[in-house]
Design a protein around this ligand. Structure first.
Ligand code: NDP
Ligand code: 2IT
Length: 448
């Protein structure tokens, strides 16, 4: 059968088997529909049932997480770890704590992670995990108790050479610290490489905090430079106000761009003078407050309720850095009508499938998530390497390697985009690069 038929068969099969897993189906559709020419060139992939194997996680772990709040009330959340692929290295990927977490969301994120991690060129497989626990409004003590209970189950499924979790939405340095402390206590062993995103004083990597946002800007700069368009003087719209957004804003500003927005799940801030990053960090990282407080100290800025409105702000470059599906077709149309030149995805799958198609149709330079936001997990892999050699590299060394990795990811995606058709379609270019690498490694390892 043709590559197209094989892909259609797989998507129909997923829809039948897990009809409620729409996000997983969408991400599989995005990847598989762009690798049809590779399937046509390799009929042996169908014989070896490569796609059937790739869409099935190697293992899914689901567990109960009981914990007690500060008032003594008991709660029970659901914990997950989806170990999608270990073909290229130990399972690797973040943990997300957010009330919207379901098996569907984590399967989609774990699937993306396999191909993203392959793009980094480093020895890491793919996984994702987390819980429907909502950390908003919880005290440090409550978050610690939750993390300890979560790790009391998760510890038996992870290890420096087995599965190495890290942060994602709702999981940052504080949570990784609590998770690591509990792991170490249970194992009675200093396995620093079991988690990445640790504080630097207990063997985290310099530049891991900044890596995803900085990496996004390095990727976008490579993409724009190739077209002779610089970032200096450009107006950027960024969504989110968490780890990825904050450090994307920081690097964009250092490149001379003006970032006029940031957002959280309640609304967005528009500052025509450019976002004051020190104020944003104080609100989000120090006080863990809502971004609407920004206008109290910056009265010339505007706060608008509702986060979707951020895409109505006129800009040259849009960087979605909050969450999945935040740019739908309507928002994509609005961005294009307002003259956007490029979109760089900091979040995972922030654009819906029809939004991506609209951007590509309208020749908008588009940096797809699994390539553009791979800097975070790449530096996680560098953290694993540092932990293995029991050494710590300088910020400059890690940042320099990150820059090289992002350049290589861009160059490989561009080369495959050119080889397989549309030279500006980095979605296809990235998917083909990653898929080919994973597929060949699977074949070489036998029926796994
Ligand atoms: P954070 O928790 O640090 O920040 C998330 C931000 O997005 C917050 O401002 C949050 O607002 C907002 N947000 C979260 N969920 C929603 C929602 N459902 N609707 C609207 N806004 C929302 O997470 P990160 O910055 O780490 O992650 C952001 C994105 O980047 C995610 O898609 C993540 O998977 C991806 N990513 C993260 C990497 C990392 O290294 N951290 C690496 C690669 C990708 P609020 O506070 O109101 O919830
Ligand atoms: O989506 C992602 O790449 C992450 N959340 C980072 C994963 C990691 O292991 O650093």
């Amino acid at each position: 059968m043709s590559g197209k038929q094989y892909v259609e068969k797989m998507i129909a099969c997923i829809a039948k088997r897990d009809p409620d897993q729409k996000m997983f189906r969408d991400t599989v559709t995005e990847v598989l529909s762009s690798i049809e020419p590779v399937l046509d060139a390799h009929p042996n992939y169908e014989t070896a049932k490569i796609l059937e194997r790739m869409v099935e996680p190697e293992r899914v772990i689901m567990f109960r997480v009981p914990w007690q709040d500060d008032k003594g009330e008991c709660h029970v959340n659901r914990g997950f770890r989806v170990q999608m692929s270990s073909v290229i290295g130990p399972y690797k990927g973040g943990l997300r704590f957010h009330p919207s977490v379901t098996l569907d969301i984590l399967k989609f994120l774990a699937f993306e992670q396999v191909y993203k991690n392959a793009l980094t060129g480093l020895p890491i497989g793919g996984a994702k995990g987390g819980s429907d626990f909502d950390p908003h409004g919880r005290s440090d003590n409550e978050v610690m108790h939750f993390c300890q209970s979560f790790m009391t189950e998760l510890y038996r499924h992870i290890g420096p050479d087995v599965d190495v979790p890290a942060g994602d939405i709702g999981v940052g340095g504080r949570e990784i610290g609590y998770l690591y402390g509990q792991y170490k206590r249970i194992r009675d062993s200093y396995d620093a490489g079991v988690l990445t995103g640790k504080r630097v004083d207990f063997w985290g990597s310099f530049a891991r905090t900044e890596a995803t946002g900085y990496g996004l800007l390095y990727f976008v700069k490579n993409m724009l430079d190739a077209k002779g368009i610089g970032l200096k003087g450009k107006t950027l719209v960024v969504s989110g106000a968490g780890n990825v957004a904050t450090y994307a804003i920081e690097k964009a500003q250092s490149f001379g761009a003006k970032v006029v927005t940031c957002s959280d799940s309640n609304g967005y801030v528009y500052d025509p003078d450019g976002i004051d990053l020190a104020a944003l960090k104080d609100i989000k990282e120090v006080r863990r407050a809502r971004i609407k407080e920004y206008v109290q100290t910056h009265p010339h800025a505007e706060y608008h309720e509702g986060c979707k409105g951020v895409w109505t702000v006129k800009c040259d470059v849009a960087l979605p850095c909050a969450t999945q599906s935040e740019i739908d077709l309507e928002s994509a149309k609005r961005l294009v009508a307002n003259g956007v030149q490029a979109v760089g995805e900091g979040a995972n799958m922030p654009s819906t499938l029809d939004a991506i198609a609209y951007f590509l149709e309208h020749k908008i330079l588009f940096a797809p998530a699994k390539a553009a936001n791979a800097g975070g997990v790449a530096v996680s892999a560098l953290e694993m390497a540092q932990n293995s050699e029991r050494l710590q590299w300088t910020f400059e060394e890690v940042d320099g390697r990150l820059k090289d990795i992002m350049k290589r990811i861009y160059t490989n995606a561009k080369k495959n985009a050119e080889t397989y058709g549309d030279p500006d379609n980095l979605v296809a270019g990235a998917n083909i690069t990653a898929f080919s690498k994973v597929a060949e490694a699977m074949l070489a390892q036998g029926l796994v």
